[in-house]
Design a binder for this molecule. Structure first.
Ligand code: CU
Ligand code: ZN
Length: 369
């Protein structure tokens, strides 16, 4: 079928929205009609060419939500008409990692996905017979996509898809970091560094866990306002003396749980140093630049602090994303303020501009507009 999609032709150049071909879903695959898709830093990073493992041409986008149109042979968990959120982090439910409660890093299709192919090593995207590679196994800057069944989370049909799409990436990463990775206990003191979508998700996750006090650190007052909306009790601007500030605010000890959601290694270090002696846990959510290292003075560890990290918040996507969406529907998670702009597919590059300008938290492409 012919579809319109935003193609990354050349690194460092704007995406080009154009008509390309999408083949039928093969065995274990599903055709999804996208209704909405968030524009994320990871898309921008891939488009810039800064990612050494990047490739082109490819159709970017990985925060999709849509409706199942057609299923390939052997697909049992989904049917046409189902509402789904796309998962760049799949869940096969069969591999050693999927069977273990300690991780969400499914091993089923990693290699093919990283190289831009579907699990059978081929693409469904093409133009004039030339293959176009998939991005993150999702390629959701498009009217339709074909994805593996194991990379689609079936959500409640009453959830508006232009809101559900933010659970595909950053928001679930933050919530999951608090719930799955840190396992925040009720009554705790938490500090969240960074109030982008991941950080705001972590604030929400700490609140849902029953944290007694949540401190959010970010230089932008606008984002701190949003953090208060998600449940932060105290907000501070950060800077070089932020660790001292946090120690002062916590009786000299630091916080039970700290979360880093900036991708900056100097902030990761602050997260470790502002965790409490004895049992403080610093959870790293941000993705640092290639080759960067985290400096930790070992004394912080021997005195009982711990460092953890997780990808996609340790969320097993097919199981947990639908639960998060249910909590949103129940009114436990406020998604509205996180969506700052709604764009058409043709305006996708404007989504990147808004991100550069740090304007708002999320731009969402609406395919109906
Ligand atoms: Cu993302
Ligand atoms: Zn698996």
């Amino acid at each position: 079928m012919k579809i319109r999609a935003a193609v990354l032709e050349e690194f460092g150049r704007p995406l080009e929205v154009q008509e390309i071909d999408l083949a039928e879903p093969k065995a274990g695959e599903v055709l999804v009609r996208l209704v909405a898709c968030g524009v994320c830093h990871t898309d921008l990073y891939a488009a810039s060419g800064a990612d050494p493992s990047g490739y082109s041409p490819t159709v970017l986008g990985h925060e999709g939500a849509g409706v199942v149109e057609k299923i390939g042979e052997g697909v049992a968990s989904l049917a046409p008409g189902d509402h789904v959120v796309t998962l760049f982090s799949p869940q096969c439910r069969e591999c050693a990692h999927c069977l273990d409660s300690r991780t969400n890093l499914c091993l089923a299709i990693r290699e093919q996905q990283n190289q831009g192919y579907l699990p059978d090593g081929t693409t469904r995207l093409s133009r004039d017979g030339e293959p176009i590679r998939h991005f993150m196994g999702t390629s959701t800057f498009a009217e339709y996509t074909v994805m593996p069944e194991i990379a689609l989370a079936k959500i409640a049909p009453e959830a508006p898809l232009d809101h559900a799409c933010v659970f595909a990436c950053g928001l679930s990463t933050g919530i999951g970091a608090a719930l799955n990775t840190a396992k925040v206990e009720p009554g705790s003191t938490c500090v969240v560094f960074g109030a982008g979508l991941v950080g705001l998700g972590a604030v929400a996750g700490c609140r849902l866990s029953g944290a007694w006090r949540i401190i959010c650190v970010d230089p932008a007052e606008q984002r701190l306002e949003l953090a208060r909306g998600q449940g932060a009790h105290d907000t501070i601007g950060g800077g070089p003396d932020v660790v001292e500030q946090i120690l002062e605010m916590t009786g000299g000890f630091g916080a039970d749980y700290t979360f880093e959601a900036t991708g900056r290694v100097d902030v990761m270090r602050q997260a470790v140093e502002s965790a409490r002696m004895g049992w403080g846990l610093a959870t790293v959510c941000g993705v640092a630049g290639k080759g960067e290292t985290l400096e930790v003075v070992p004394r912080f560890l021997i005195t009982g602090r711990r460092v953890a990290g997780s990808s996609f918040g340790g969320v097993k996507g097919r199981d947990q994303v639908p639960q998060f969406v249910d909590r949103y529907l129940a009114g436990d998670i406020d998604v509205d303020p996180l969506i700052s702009h709604t764009l058409s597919l043709d305006e996708v590059n404007r989504g990147f501009d808004l991100m550069h300008a740090q304007d708002g938290i999320r731009s969402v492409i609406s395919f109906d507009s």
